[in-house]
Design a protein around this ligand. Sequence first.
Ligand SMILES: [Zn+2]
Length: 509
Amino acid sequence: MPTDLILKNANVVTMDAARPRAELAAVSGDSIFFTGGNTELERLTGRSSKVIDCAGRTVVPGFNDAHLHLFSFVRKLLSIDLSPASVRSIEDIKEAVRKKAQATPPGTWISGTDYNEFYLQGGRIPTRWDLDEVTPDHPVVLSHRSLHECVLNSLALKLAGINAETQEPPNARIERDLATGEPNGILIDMLSYIRSEVMPPFSDEEMAEGVALADRYFLSHGITSFQEATVSNDLARWEKICSLKLNDDLRSRITMMAGAPFWKDFKQKGLKTGYGDNLMQLGAVKVMPAVRPEQSELNQLALDCHKAGFQLAFHAVDEATVDAAITAMEYVSEHSPVKTRRHRIEHCGECTPSLLERIKKLGLVIITQPPFIYYNGERYLATVPKTQQPWLYRIRSPLEAGIVVAGSSDSPVVTADPLAGIYAAVTRRAENGQVLLPEERITVEQALALYTVNAAYSSFEEKTRGSIAPGKLADMVILSGDPTRVPPEKIKDIKVEMTIIGGEVVWEG
Ligand SMILES: [Zn+2]
């Protein structure tokens, strides 16, 4: 067996219980075949071996983001960033739109994402009239962080056919000036309609540019695997991502979930959870319960998917929805001889002790988002009722109960930086320094597990990835520091210096 790659003089944090630390890792083909001490170097080195001297730097398994939204992320990368990190006032927003307009041909849509009035001076949301001041000649759409709200300027409203006479659409709202009835540009729950029905789709050039930016982002943040969790994922989306993988446009390994509305299409094609290979695999069925889910419908959907061999991934944030998701999976367990299929709860934002007990009993996996603590912690502490606060994004309690918890970003909701997530899980510190539930802090090793072994488990891939051990895929990341040894506050400053996928160096900082 030829040795293709050796990492030597490394501080390897393997996440492999059989050998937690190593100085050296050796790769043949796309897999690791040996971890151990530097003394083995001579024996293992062959004529064609590439040897990387890590000079004492830390190597960890490639990160796996267990829940993100690829094409929304691409859209974000092609849009103006209006998150609190970039803008703090309506004037800032106007300035950013003005600059983009100057560089964009008139008539072309301009998008901005992630405004959040909680962090804007004055707490006010911009209106069409604010945006008209900076560009009357480009249609503009700005989306709220939650994606439930957006703001259009007058030209965009006109293209959407929305005016004073427009009736309220079902399950959505057009905000209006109280005196004149004229829409003020703010639309509730109409963003996906605007994006899919009013705006033209991205051109091939835009799409290629956005995908290249996303690929570079993932690799430069050490994300060697990610799981695509979009409820609108249909067969066309599957084909699209498969073709991006075939062209090597996206080098991270991808597990794509099937949206619940389309799961039967996948089934008809003979595709179910686990179909695919190490590069591209079909994951769970993503279920997005409506605002007030009909329990019997959820139960039936869950049972049908389960019986057809699919894993389930329930989007459930608040207590009532988590309860509904668990109830559906209890129904599955009562009505099927196969008791569980590692069904997942995505987010599990409010996890009370009784919900936790039921999750444990069913063997469900929780997909959490530690970066929410960092980016939204201040807002949670200010706006979530005190009675609910003790249950917010708990991680230590489920881990101690023996529940598998995987880490993710829900990107583009927050930045897909696993080290930011590890920092937040360890410190529970919000960006402004406030701490959300210090009793839910976990160790650095546990936090690393969220983004490596546990994330691999959540998509049935723990036999092939998640740790640096013989037989595993050679997905590894070289870091500028050892997160287990630096003070917790410094974890978020650690940088990814090299990313390796399948034994191939795909990114160097
Ligand atoms: Zn999501």
